[in-house]
Ligand binder design. Structure first.
Ligand code: ZN
Ligand code: ZN
Length: 222
């Protein structure tokens, strides 16, 4: 194998050396070629872009620019030196039309801002802010209502107190009077065999109602 100091060869030699290494059981040594202009080494496993199909070749242990493109299968006839940009011919054809170039992973471009997307986002933000304000207002209203419920009611006037007491008293009596007919019917039925007791039912009911009336009266005085 014609190979100068560690794997540094001319382009033709580098290509031949690389092809040989592709054979089964061939030993693999790093192969690099020297640029004719800057004399710097270009490693054979450099990641490269195919000049024919623009495929970025990254599996360069096999698909080196000294071999062929993994995608279109074409063998590069020239290479742009990654150091000095000189055209390095890889074959005798001296064809520099579609040279291989070093692949440089581009950094993520900054996200482009679509004005419509921006507008939509602004609108969303606005809606979100409004919702937030509505929620806040609702919470404030709830709080105000809760506070109002807790707030000490203004002291009622004597007249208002009297009206309340009278209403309560009348309500108690009326409730009894409303219940009286049903109670009377039940008792009349229950004591139908005891005319003496049954005869007192109306009297007792009247007494109870009057007593309630009296009680309300006493409550009022306390
Ligand atoms: Zn290709
Ligand atoms: Zn160079």
């Amino acid at each position: 194998m014609k190979q100068s100091s560690p794997g540094k060869t001319t382009s033709q030699e580098a290509r031949e050396a690389f092809q040989k290494q592709l054979r089964p059981f061939a030993s693999r040594e790093p192969i690099q070629l020297l640029c004719g202009r800057c004399n710097k080494a270009v490693p054979g496993d450099m990641e490269w872009i195919c000049g024919y199909c623009r495929h970025p070749n990254l599996r360069t242990r096999t698909y080196s620019f000294l071999n062929r493109c993994q995608s279109c299968g074409k063998e590069p006839k020239s290479l742009v030196c990654p150091h000095c940009e000189a055209m390095v011919f890889l074959t005798d054809e001296k064809d520099g039309m579609q040279p291989a170039r070093k692949f440089v992973a581009l950094e993520e471009p900054p996200p482009t801002v679509d004005p419509r997307e921006q507008k939509r986002k602004a609108h969303e933000d606005e809606v979100e802010e409004l919702n937030r304000q509505i929620q806040l207002a609702e919470k404030n209203a709830l709080l105000a209502r809760a506070k109002a419920a807790v707030d000490i009611k203004p002291e009622k006037s004597e007249k208002e107190k009297s009206v309340d007491q009278l209403v309560n008293r009348i309500r108690s009596v009326l409730k009894l009077e409303l219940a009286a007919p049903k109670a009377r019917a039940m008792l009349v039925d229950e004591f139908k065999d005891n005319p003496e007791i049954a005869g007192r039912i109306d009297e007792v009911i009247k007494m109870i109602i009057e007593e309630q009336d009296f009680r309300s009266d006493t409550d009022r005085r306390v």
